[in-house]
Design a protein. Structure first.
Length: 732
């Protein structure tokens, strides 16, 4: 019965192709005899379901046969690859091998009770995914079998434990649904996302599903009146063969839009969508004119993906108008061929016999995708599995993408928020290394400019030289892609060790000075990374360790020491000793002692949430809280007056920190510093400016929430033109 269902979708096959599928079915059924799934069903049910999904995508006979056989090598020890090659031919054997060739690594849920075991599990999961990607790169049909396999597993996820449900759903949402999107298979993408959402956020899923069901009748009535009006106007314009339908809303997409726009369900679901399919490309533009003549077009909401297709083959006209009720109506216009590509993506290219490729453009895109998926094999890129998967997520699978043009008019596909540096490294490594500036649409822009779809981008290069380490600093926003960052690190890695050590020393010293921690020895920082000092400096010098990572590590260590002090303070005192209670005061500081004690923050060092702190009992003035490394603490003559304090349960509040900015004086400099602070939502006060020999020194008090925010804003200020340094001012 199941086999007959598959054949009902494959009437296009020849006798030999149907025979191939029939033999694969019989072989798999025999091989999996006696095996069952968690649901208790025969294992063969899964193989048939995967084949059926691919048949619905109109895949070729070899792919469907491979889908029926995709688990026999892994699950049946007596079946070898040679058996498949002998019985079904080299093509089918290679497809099955592509799905199962990667070592079967365990991908169980991490045990969070054991940090080391959790780390090992994370590495195993990443290695599993890396090998999956690399194995799939040789024949794109392997990806499709893998996606179909994952889709059926998600459909039957309810039989697994809650822990495995969550792990598989999260992995699918982060990896496999974006992969389906990258390949243009919208049918599969939407279903995978909705299934994942059902298990990751069941309450919200049920809430949205219920509201959709409640509004179904109203929506149907609206769509009928709208499509009737549009059809009548198209006929009046001479377009008689248009197919008009409402475009369904998917639960996860509704949820994402609610979250992104911070609006309730009603405001998202009231956005109506219509799809119009017409015979040819000129008629698409004719329909667009009709739509804009009967409803008011919304400015900035028109996209022409026919003239400039997306990299996943997607073509369509998109527009948004205000309907007769002054509500937003989205309209998509495309041809039947474009629609088939939108629904089936890459899979549409195997709908003809013998699985021939449709055109050279398709072949070029397959080569491009394969190159991206084999990115980690580049000898300049870390082969670490976790780095590889991170690169896949950011560079290949990210859903938000932009399409920019080279000076010759070629379209380059990049992740959203990419910069001219990302663009340069996408074109060629040497262009990226020698990038010194960029023109976008004819105008000079900064290298941290965020490219937009449609930008025509030209890179200005030097004849020699290399990249800057600042390009790796996440706070500065010079790069958005893992590929660019890996190439930059690769360039610095090739420099001499001595040069890297010197450069690393400058970076470390600058970062510590910026945070007001310049008394901390480099050796101490190196120990935090578990490497020798010179090795650490070398790693910093070629960009393997960034300034942002250093500040994060140092601040984490400060917090760890603070927790240790708190733990010691909370140990039971000797028998008979009265035990004071921890008091949560308005300043957000817990102190061991009398709740009536006055607490104030020391002005000499201005401690900020995240700093290690200590309390000093003053005479008649309560407790003054200092940074643990404050010189007044280190040099105190009465250490017995210090007590343990810690940052308590903080509400939203800020702390005054004095910052020193040294710069060559210029007009508008203070305004620019204020602009950076405003962007970070930081207030300024007590501004003092001293200028000598055209060098201005600014002493500014900033109200910051924590040391992480402070590090970020100092990095931004130091990037301003004419600024020499920006750092936290220490006591003394």
């Amino acid at each position: 019965m199941e086999l007959a269902t598959i054949f009902s979708n494959t009437a296009r096959f020849t006798h030999d192709e149907s025979d191939l599928i029939d033999r694969a079915y019989c072989f798999a059924e025999t091989a999996h005899m006696g095996q069952t799934r968690k649901s208790g069903e025969p294992y063969m049910v899964h193989c048939i379901a995967v084949a059926q999904i691919l048949a619905d995508l109109k895949m070729d006979a070899s792919t469907i046969a491979a889908a029926l056989l995709h688990d026999v090598i892994e699950d049946v020890k007596t079946v070898k690859l040679q058996d498949l090659e002998t019985g079904f031919g080299l093509e089918v054997a290679r497809l099955v091998d592509g799905v199962t060739k990667m070592e079967h690594l365990p991908t169980t849920v991490r045990d969070h009770k054991d940090e080391k075991d959790g780390k090992r599990a994370a590495i195993r999961e990443a290695e599993y995914l890396r090998k999956t990607f690399l194995a799939m790169g040789h024949d794109i049909r392997v990806i499709l079998i893998k996606l179909a396999d994952r889709l059926h597993n998600m459909r039957t996820l309810g039989y697994l434990s809650p822990e495995r449900q969550e792990r598989m759903a999260r992995e699918t949402l982060e990896i496999f649904a974006p992969l389906a999107n990258r390949l243009g298979i919208w049918q599969m993408k939407w279903e995978l996302e909705d299934l994942c959402f059902r298990y990751l956020n069941p309450e919200k899923y049920r809430e949205i599903a219920t509201k959709i069901a409640e509004r179904q009748a109203d929506r149907a009535a609206y769509m009928k009146s709208t499509t009737d009006k549009l059809r009548a106007e198209l006929v009046r314009a001479g377009i008689h063969d248009a197919q008009i339908s409402g475009r369904p809303k998917h639960i996860y997409s509704i949820y994402r839009k609610m979250e992104r726009k911070h609006v309730p369900f009603e405001q998202v679901y009231d956005v109506r969508a219509v799809r119009v399919i017409v015979p040819d490309k000129p008629t698409c533009y004719h329909v667009l004119g009709v739509v804009h003549s009967i409803w008011h077009p919304i400015h900035g909401e028109f996209d022409d993906y026919i003239a400039a297709p997306k990299d996943n083959f997607y073509q369509s006209l998109h527009t948004a108008v205000l309907d007769d009720e002054a509500k937003t109506l989205e309209v998509q216009i495309r041809t039947p061929d474009m629609h088939e590509h939108a629904e089936y993506g890459i899979a549409a290219h195997w709908r003809y016999k013998e699985g021939t490729l449709r055109d050279e453009q398709f072949e070029r895109r397959i080569v491009h995708l394969r190159r991206l998926m084999e990115f980690a094999e580049d000898n300049e890129v870390s082969s670490d599995a976790e780095d590889y998967v991170a690169a896949m997520k950011s560079d290949v699978l990210q859903e938000e993408r932009i399409y920019v043009f080279t000076p010759k008019g070629d379209i380059i596909d990049l992740p959203a928020y990419s910069t001219p540096i990302d663009f340069a490294y996408h074109i060629h490594t040497q262009i990226g290394d020698r990038c010194r500036g960029a023109r976008v649409n004819g105008a000079l822009v900064n290298l941290d400019y965020k490219l937009q779809s449609g930008d025509r981008t030209e890179i200005i290069t030097a004849k020699r030289g290399g990249p800057s380490l600042d390009w790796l600093n996440e706070d500065l926003g010079y790069t958005a892609t893992s590929r660019a960052r890996a190439k930059i690190r690769g360039w610095f890695r090739k420099q001499s060790r001595e040069q890297n050590v010197l450069q690393g020393r400058d970076v470390v010293d600058r970062e510590l000075k910026r945070l007001g921690l310049d008394t901390v020895p480099r050796e101490t920082i190196a120990n935090l990374f578990n490497v020798q000092t010179d090795d650490f400096l070398s790693l910093v010098g070629f960009g393997e360790i960034t300034g942002a990572q250093i500040s994060t590590k140092v601040l984490e260590e400060e917090r760890r020491k603070q927790r240790e002090r708190e733990s010691m303070a909370n140990t039971a005192p000797p028998i008979g000793t009265p035990q004071p209670a921890a008091v949560d005061v308005s300043d957000g500081i817990d102190i061991m002692g009398d709740s009536g004690m006055l607490i104030k923050l020391a002005r000499c060092c201005n401690p900020t949430q995240g700093d290690g702190i200590v309390g000093y009992i003053t005479r008649g003035m309560g407790v003054t809280v200092h940074r643990a490394d404050c010189p007044n603490v280190i040099n105190a003559s009465e250490p017995e007056r210090f007590i343990n304090v810690n940052w308590g349960r903080l509400t939203e509040r800020t702390y005054p920190v004095q910052v020193m900015v040294v710069a060559f004086d210029r007009e508008g400099l203070m305004r620019d510093i204020g602009g950076v602070a405003a962007d970070a939502r930081i207030s300024l006060s007590n501004v003092n400016i001293n200028t000598k020999n055209n060098v201005a020194t600014f002493l500014v008090t900033m109200e910051v929430e924590n040391t992480t925010q402070l590090a970020h804003v100092l990095t931004k200020i130091e990037k301003l033109p004419n600024v020499i340094e920006a750092r936290r001012r220490t006591a003394g």
